[in-house]
Write a protein that binds this ligand. Structure first.
Ligand SMILES: [Ca+2]
Ligand SMILES: [Ca+2]
Length: 97
């Protein structure tokens, strides 16, 4: 029983980490207090494995939080790092040529 709970918690954390790189998570979903800035705490709520170093690297104006623009830059970078290209998508590309 206990093992099941721990495993689902791990699965939930893994899912949250992956979700940040995907378009499904909107800026407004992460900005839980609605001030149009993402604090590190708000980012951690959806992606606990984000380091402070990574967070501040995309805080372009160094105000300690990410604006929507800063978050977009970051999520685009993350999307590049974790290609979601499926074999089907590659085949579609070839067929169009
Ligand atoms: Ca906020
Ligand atoms: Ca900022």
């Amino acid at each position: 029983m206990k093992t099941t709970v721990v495993l689902s918690a791990i699965a939930a954390l893994g899912f949250a980490g992956a979700a940040l790189a995907q378009d499904e998570v909107q800026f407004s979903d992460i900005d839980t207090n609605g001030d149009a800035q993402l604090s590190l705490e708000e980012v951690h709520a959806v992606s606990p494995n984000v380091s402070e170093i990574e967070f501040t690297a995309y805080d372009a104006d160094a105000d300690g939080s990410l604006s929507e623009d800063e978050y977009q830059t970051w999520s685009e970078y993350k999307a590049d790092q974790e290609p979601e290209t499926t074999p089907e998508a590659e085949m579609d590309d070839r067929q169009e040529r």
